[in-house]
Design a protein around this ligand. Structure first.
Ligand SMILES: Cc1cc2nc3c(=O)[nH]c(=O)nc-3n(C[C@H](O)[C@H](O)[C@H](O)COP(=O)(O)O)c2cc1C
Length: 208
């Protein structure tokens, strides 16, 4: 089939999010203006660059996480995993402002070191971020759309030592949870290694 999104896809459900998969799911944690913790899962999330480490998440409609990350200038993200899928799902419920999703989703808060928002204690890895940009996206005609992108720079990283094996983060053991389309999810429980032509047969830690 072929379609142009402006004309509609003609399918029972939009395939866009089922094609761009797997998308990492993270919990974005912020503090509201009264200092109450806020938590929600995001899958329009990804790394943008590694030196310095920067990442983005985007909010379809103006939601609490984006607003608080803009206003306070800080947010943490915590990796969502297959074993934490029930808590992840529970934390996506739209609670009124000022209600703490950590409590509603039965998750524990752990303190961050350099920023005020907490992080998810049970998560194998969390990063502390400072907001470097907040942008309302525009379409091809230059019209603002109802989506807001937050870019953050990572200022601190927490890794549960259980998931460090021979100096490497054990992705398969952590089982990151990924968003697919519709109500589909995937879990990473296996990885394989593929050397680049320039690696000389061994990974040296330098990506080019
Ligand atoms: C797996 C998963 C991924 C999600 N990803 C996004 C996303 O990338 N962008 C978004 O706007 N909402 C996303 N949502 C919905 C938000 O989590 C939900 O609207 C939440 O209530 C927002 O909370 P907040 O207002 O505290 O930010 C996702 C929900 C789930 C379950």
């Amino acid at each position: 089939m072929f379609y142009q999104p402006k004309d509609g896809h003609g399918l029972p459900f939009d395939p866009f999010k089922a094609i761009i998969t797997p998308r990492p799911i993270v919990w974005i944690s912020t503090l509201d203006n009264n200092g109450v913790p806020n938590l929600a899962p995001y899958s329009f999330f990804n790394a943008l660059t590694s030196n310095p480490p920067m990442l983005m998440f985007s909010s379809e409609t103006f939601k609490h996480s984006a607003g608080y990350a803009r206003d306070s200038g800080e947010f943490s993200f915590s990796l969502a995993t297959v074993p934490l899928q029930t808590q992840m799902n529970a934390s996506s419920g739209a609670l009124p402002a000022g209600e703490n999703e950590y409590i509603a989703a039965n998750l524990e808060m752990a303190p961050c070191e350099l920023i005020a928002p907490p992080r998810v204690a049970q998560s194998p890895a969390c990063m502390e971020c400072k907001t470097v940009s907040f942008t309302q996206l525009k379409d091809l005609d230059g019209n603002p759309i109802n989506t807001f992108m937050v870019i953050g720079q990572v200022v601190a990283v927490h890794i549960n030592d259980e998931y460090l094996v021979d100096g490497r983060f054990d992705t398969a053991a952590a089982q990151p949870l990924a968003r697919c389309g519709y109500r589909d999810y995937a879990g990473v429980s296996e990885v394989f290694e593929l050397m680049r032509p320039t690696d000389g047969g061994e990974f040296t830690g330098v990506d080019r």
